[in-house]
Design a protein around this ligand. Sequence first.
Ligand SMILES: Cc1cc2nc3c(=O)[nH]c(=O)nc-3n(C[C@H](O)[C@H](O)[C@H](O)COP(=O)(O)OP(=O)(O)OC[C@H]3O[C@@H](n4cnc5c(N)ncnc54)[C@H](O)[C@@H]3O)c2cc1C
Length: 510
Amino acid sequence: MSQHIVMIGGGIGGLFTGALLTKEGFTVTVLEKNAIIGGGLQCFKRHGETFETGMHILGGFMPGQSVHKILNYLGVLDKLNFKHTDENAIDSITYGVDGKTYELPRGRKAFCAYLSQQFPAEAENMQRYMDKVYQLADEVDLFNLRHGVNNIFTHSEEFLMPADDFIASFIKDPQLRDILAYMSPMYGGKAGHTPAFIHAIINVLYIEGSSQFVDGSQQLATALSDIIIKGGGEIFAGDPVVDIVVEERVIQRVVTQKGKEYTGDWYISDIHPSMLFKLTGPAAFPKIYRERVSSITNSYSAFSVYIKFKPDTQPYVNHPRYFQKKYGMIWELDAIDDVNFPKAFMYITPPSGEQGKWASRMLVNCVMSFEEVRKWEDTTVGHRGEEYEAWKEKHMQAIIDQLEQLHPGFRDTIDFCFASSPLTIRDYYNVKEGALYGHMCDCKNLLGSQVTIGTKVKNLLLTGQNVNLHGICGVPLTAVETTEALVGFGSVIDKINEAYSLYKQEHNIV
Ligand SMILES: Cc1cc2nc3c(=O)[nH]c(=O)nc-3n(C[C@H](O)[C@H](O)[C@H](O)COP(=O)(O)OP(=O)(O)OC[C@H]3O[C@@H](n4cnc5c(N)ncnc54)[C@H](O)[C@@H]3O)c2cc1C
């Protein structure tokens, strides 16, 4: 008899873990609160345009990278339509203060050579910095899909250094330091807190090549659900879990808003731990555990603008573009500063199936602290009041003004636009304080800022971004770990690597 899993949350973590467990012979029931599954993969349509909610840039999709290997193992690579960003520009960064634009090429050597050329006095330091970044990323076994025991004592001394200090320990030029930190919004970087290894992993991931889904990220959610359903599992969307009944540290059943009850051999939570505690009630976990986990600082949130262009007015650009008003702000992007808003943002023109010269849509993400919207925290979607709507409109227009400065005539190319705030993210994903990446990893308190897969509730495991790394690379890796907690340490990694060996043979990859 196959064991039955009840998955609470059908986001990236829930679907990857569900698909991996299905391959191991488990039957998985996924319970998702939103009408459409996917969490960060979910897309929505407005005025005929498809927009992504939480998956714009993909890392790990190049052959040999971890997500690519996992997708190959799951047999879904062929079902996905994604496109790599430009080889000569994985990203560009423009600084408002001096108008300079840097276009960063793909690959360790090219990336290092480009910045060494821009800052010749730092060429040797750049080389040393790059070597160390790659070394730190190599030290993380899971990131490289290797068996390994997490032991901070086996790492090099820079591993847990704050990322800003780490960069400064190699690079003297303050502008180059800033440029090297440009990906910090992709991992919620905070000066003095984000460990160097997180900076290293995300940088190596994207320097080796980034990608974008063609026609939206929902396709991955669909492909993963298909695996679960074909394996005998079920997916129920549009019905939040409202109660998890725990007796003597064992889950008895899970109850949804529509009054349905689900039982399983194991329960896995893909939701923010603080939200999980609300569903289990206080007695389920030891008080000390609840208090520690609830007090973990969350990563910052974001304000987003979604734009549909008039036909044939804005060029399609095949890489993300970053804007920063000045140098020196990158580690404090969430600090409230109405005068300088927007301090920085990232904007993309996601590709569509028949992508030609012109872009049909744009997404702009601007880091924002939840404190900006704290005064409306007790409101719900559609009922936040006129003051909030005026605040949102003002911030959206400030971002469009900045885009107009960068690309004169921009405003005239807009057909329609709308915005979302940290409250939208909080309510849509049910994530505390609208945190982009869940819990913040803090090198000042590494153990205190982490949660493990296993819990004191005997038949409950955790998955998703709050357990380990975030994003499209981190969450599938945690899914591997959660799966291995049930089927045996290292066994899934072995199968993924074996499947990739076959892939290499079939595709003549040396
Ligand atoms: C605006 C934004 C942009 C981002 N851009 C990128 C990017 O470009 N690249 C990248 O790699 N990462 C990006 N991320 C991060 C990425 O989306 C997350 O790291 C990822 O979605 C986390 O996966 P998860 O499974 O932990 O959570 P989610 O994907 O959020 O899944 C959790 C699921 O649980 C569901 N849920 C919550 N409560 C309940 C309940 N009570 N009952 C049932 N279901 C429930 C939620 O609806 C959700 O579907 C972005 C995030 C945001 C918010």
